[in-house]
Design a protein around this ligand. Structure first.
Ligand SMILES: Cc1cc2nc3c(=O)[nH]c(=O)nc-3n(C[C@H](O)[C@H](O)[C@H](O)COP(=O)(O)O)c2cc1C
Length: 282
């Protein structure tokens, strides 16, 4: 019975929702633990050693990976382990899951399974992408369950599945990724704008930011030039006081599928399911 760990990063809940569905499907027969990338930027090696198969899930940004996911992979040592990648996206990424797989392969992982999940948009500060109608989250949940179950059956049967690893997908991916990655990281890292008149200093954004980009200084909240564009603060500010540089203040925030994205839930899920003393490898 393989022991499987999934590391996921989710700005606004979509990837977390998919990761949970994959984890639950695995748990029907095998062991699976779920970890948040943002909690393990420095100690993932230690955890990875305890598992047979490693999963990595992330949202697609311009057919590329969130900076925090690049950092997570960069910090890893070499691991000759089987792995799978999955990404969530609004429309398409081209080769989103394959691109993450290639990053993992540089660290020795043998990535045999890759999958894409289409999920709601979380860029809510662009009028062009604004959605006024509510999402049908029951339909989304059914879609995720179906796709996650199929993906898991491929993983557990050992049959390879490499979504995004064909020439067409690679070309589509490049089309978006090249201009996206060409943008100046220094400019992107300063993208957050806070309207100090709307801000009620509740500190929600400070608590939620995965990269400590928001800091309270003398009772005002200031961005720290570390933004990685995850849109968590934009969507969770209770007074819609936050936008990114090119956006306008949000009218219809996105709180993730089904239930509101909660850091508390992510923290509660993030654990090694056996106590280390039960583990034969320790
Ligand atoms: C900066 C940024 C760039 C994005 N680029 C793409 C893209 O290239 N293609 C796409 O289909 N969706 C894109 N999206 C949408 C997200 O990938 C999608 O909503 C994802 O499911 C969000 O996942 P999360 O809730 O786990 O953060 C982008 C979102 C952001 C914030």
């Amino acid at each position: 019975m393989p022991r499987i760990a999934i590391f996921q990063f989710s700005g606004t809940g979509n990837t977390y929702f998919v990761a949970k569905a994959i984890c639950e499907a695995i748990r029907k027969t095998d062991r699976c633990d779920l970890f948040a990338v943002e909690n393990h930027l420095a100690d993932a090696d230690r955890l990875i050693e305890r598992y047979d198969i490693i999963g990595l899930g992330y949202p697609i940004y311009g057919s590329s990976l969130p900076l925090i996911v690049f950092r997570f992979i960069e910090a890893l040592s070499t691991h000759q382990k089987k792995a799978f990648t999955f990404c969530t996206q609004l429309l398409f990424s081209g080769d989103g899951a394959a691109y993450g797989a290639r990053q993992l392969e540089k660290k020795g992982f043998v990535v045999l399974w890759q999958e894409h999940f289409r999920m709601p948009n979380n860029i809510t500060d662009l009028r062009l992408l604004e959605r006024k109608k509510p999402y049908d989250f029951d339909r989304i949940a059914r879609y995720v369950d179906r796709r996650a179950s199929r993906f898991v059956s491929l993983i557990l049967s050992g049959r390879e599945h490499r979504r995004g690893s064909n020439v067409g997908s690679l070309l589509l991916g490049l089309l978006q990724r090249v201009p996206f990655e060409a943008m100046d990281p220094a400019v992107l890292s300063e993208a957050v704008r806070i309207d100090q008149d709307r801000c009620v200093r509740c500190g929600e954004c400070v608590a939620l930011c995965p990269v400590s980009n928001l800091r309270r200084i003398q009772d005002e909240i200031f961005p720290q030039k570390r933004c990685t564009l995850c849109y968590r603060c934009v969507n969770h500010c209770p007074t819609q006081a936050i936008r990114l540089a090119t956006g306008s203040y949000v009218k219809f925030p996105y709180h993730g599928p089904k239930s509101a994205f909660s850091i508390k839930t992510v923290q509660e899920d993030d654990r090694y399911s056996d106590s280390p003393s039960d583990d034969p490898s320790t």
